[in-house]
Design a protein around this ligand. Sequence first.
Ligand SMILES: Cc1ncc(COP(=O)(O)O)c(C=O)c1O
Length: 597
Amino acid sequence: MVKTHKTQSILYSLDELRPIRSSVEQCRSYLMKFIEQYKSMNVLDVETRLLNRCVYKNWNARRAELGIQASRRTVRLLEQFLSKREQHLELILSEFKPDHVEIRLPSRGTLNQLLNSLEESSLLLSKVKRLSKVTVDRLRVECNRANYVHYNILMMSLCSRIYFLVVALEKTQKEFCFNMPAYLDYARFLSKAATRRQPSAIREATQLFARSPPTTINFASGSPNTSLFPFKEATITLIDGTNIQLDPSAMSKALQYLPTPGQADLLDWLKKLQDRYHSPQDFNRYDLCITNGSMEGLGKVFELVLNPGDSILVDSPCYSGSLDFLRGFGADIVSIDTDSNGMNDKHLNEILSNWPETKTFPKTLYTIPNGSNPTGASMNFERKKTIYEIAKKYDLLIIEDDPYYFLQFTKSEASFLSMDIDGRVIRLDSMSKVLSAGMRLGFVTAPVPLWQKIVYHQQVTSMHASALSQMVALKLFEKWNLSGFDEHTQRISKFYENQKTLMVDAINKHLKDMVTFNEPTAGMFIWMKLLGIQDTRKLIYEKALAKEVLLLPGSAFFVDQSKSYPFVRVSYSLCTPEQMETGMTRFGEVLREELAC
Ligand SMILES: Cc1ncc(COP(=O)(O)O)c(C=O)c1O
């Protein structure tokens, strides 16, 4: 039945599956016993990696998959065993109600690959009786997933050294959204467009091709032939003088289409990053999608949750890029005051508790928690906790836009993602301030049902973030490891902290008594109120420009741009200490002249 070089699909009846595990409940109780038994075992890294590679990656495949790791003899036995078990799809449908259950056996090529990796891993073979804690945790997770995955069986037979994973996931997206016990009713949050979004057949196929064994003969793909591209390989010299190498094989991958969420190995890295910095309460509720900068992710997230005319609660002042998007989209932007700790919870409460009955209640709150653009303000833990509780009370999703996370000068406070217990946080990260703004790399971390819709959207817009940028980032992460990334981001935050101190000194020296501001603890910006000045736009574009000093007028960051505002945004990212000194001297003169009028 399992033919050489061919992926085989087999349809099972319920009766036929029963000998494996007959129900989710049985499976769960089996696994719980299993978990109890092996809870205290040590971590075997290699085992986790194998499990990760063979099983975990495929969990959200649209088709059920059977991943097998076994000895050759076991594979033969398994084939015989499975060959008796075809047909009767209807029975499964009636019992479990998926659209259909299809179990795909990997080809012999894939099996051999798995076997090779097993054989390489003598550690695994010798310690196969002992499951690591990490694996056990993962099993627990798989077990939890049975809540919303239609039919999720992980059967591990240690004696025969077989790992089975059967995941049946052929549920419609709608069912997926509705049937997540203990989760939010995600369908409630979806815009009409997002509700309508379905997978793009061709993009899903790309995902399938990416996972198929190298021996697969692919007549299906519309991918171009990379051997015709003019690029062969690349060496990129880092600022420390060392190199990262994109050899011809890496280069060929970097020039080809990718599955939409991103390059699998880079996604793994980014998941590790998220886990390290945010330790989400249950990371398995979330998935990641790499985007062309976090701005692309933001646009997708806004369109995920908003219909034109829907209300969204935002910091005021707020990042102008988001405001411009929301304005163009036709959202009803509801400004919430901010203070030195970011979004003001009292004002938020006031707005929500007095929400007019005639107006549709908002479902989303958008905030920039660290080193906000433009205010430089950062939310402390208490403020975040309070805002989270308000979001809980009013059943709001929180869109956490955090591109300045790695530019925090003091120890970072727990993020919304870290504290999320309900699955109500969508987090956006950006590599723009850390690796490069021009590479256009960001990533969205969202609860799986929402993530899925973001992916569907990206499938039919940018398709995926630049594969070349992703490959460069991957090579860099592989070279650095997490510790290297950590050191790098610490260097960055030190630099910006030093710049901030110099800028604050220059402001205090040259603008004293003419401005007020809060000293930022993160980011690249100082938000200044000019005392006695009503319209900074006029002042900047007419008078400051003439004296060759530029600041950004605050009006760009307010919903109503027709009004005049006494604020300016000062950026300290690029200027030298000398420029800060000269620039603030000039701006001081501008202010004095203006105030003298
Ligand atoms: C608050 C905020 N969100 C998002 C972005 C967009 O970042 P990216 O370059 O990752 O698209 C920026 C850019 O400055 C920003 O300040």
